[in-house]
Design a protein around this ligand. Structure first.
Ligand code: SF4
Length: 251
């Protein structure tokens, strides 16, 4: 007997295939950073425009020849270096604390050892570091040279998932990582998982806008109760709590 979860899996796959046709899968990886650099980049990107976090990452790279120097640098110096990101006064001490925690827990400042771990174990190891949540752990494993099958969910991806009914409106970004990953085929490889995140994010950026979604030209309108409500029932778009300006996980 088909369950609700089976229906959600079928719908997630249909949305994926439709959006892949629109945005062109497989989608090229945008980064080839080692996992530690990807973690730093990801921490900088929180609620920050991609261009600004990219500039801050380059400034850190230019100032610190290796990440141990960043870990040991005065916090005021780090804060000054990453000016331009949102909340540099919080991110500077957090960056240093995360690097110190990795050094303490692993014995040296690297994340290359994650390559030998199953994805779930690697994510749990990363999320054991204060300040590292599911979005960041998935970004490190997926976007870095580790190229592992982990699904990040950014604010755009989350909004599309809510509106299409893949997750409830009340589900926040954190728990949505487990719910959305569970809807994807278990045998998908890293590229397919990455593609799923990318097409959902791109759709949020280019069509399913925060305030005025372009439902009339949406490729998944027939799969989306929100879009049908807007077009046929005059339903207003609800604010789900993530702003249009919220940054993607992509630095
Ligand atoms: S139909 Fe509208 S609300 Fe639904 S995914 Fe498309 S753009 Fe977003």
């Amino acid at each position: 007997m088909a369950t609700d979860q089976d229906d959600l899996r079928r719908k997630a796959l249909a949305i994926h295939e439709r959006l892949c046709a629109v945005y062109g899968c497989p989608i090229a990886y945008f980064h080839s950073l080692d996992p530690l650099s990807e973690l730093i980049s990801s921490l900088l990107s929180h609620r920050t425009r991609n261009a600004d976090s990219g500039r801050a990452f380059k400034a850190l790279r230019a100032r610190y020849a290796d990440w141990a120097l960043l870990r040991d640098a005065p916090v005021a110096e780090v804060e000054e270096t990453i000016q331009g990101v949102t909340w540099p006064e919080q991110k500077a001490p957090r960056l240093k604390a995360v690097l110190a925690a990795i050094t303490e827990r692993h014995g040296s400042l690297t994340l290359d050892f994650l390559a030998g771990m199953p994805v779930a174990e690697a994510r749990a190891w990363l999320e054991g570091i204060p300040g590292v949540g599911p979005k960041t752990s998935a970004a490190v494993l997926s976007f870095s040279t580790l190229r592992q099958a982990a699904l990040p969910v950014d604010s755009h991806h989350h909004r599309v998932a809510q509106r299409t009914g893949l997750i409830p409106r009340s589900m926040s970004v954190g728990p949505s990582h487990v719910a959305l990953a569970a809807q994807l085929p278990a045998d998908w490889d890293a590229q397919q998982i990455y593609d799923n995140h990318e097409v959902m994010m791109l759709h949020g950026q280019r069509c399913c806008f925060y305030r005025s979604p372009a439902c009339r030209r949406c490729a998944i309108l027939d799969l989306c109760p929100t879009g049908q409500g807007i077009l046929h029932g005059g339903e207003a778009v609800e604010a789900e709590g993530a702003s249009e300006n919220a940054a993607s996980v992509r630095p």
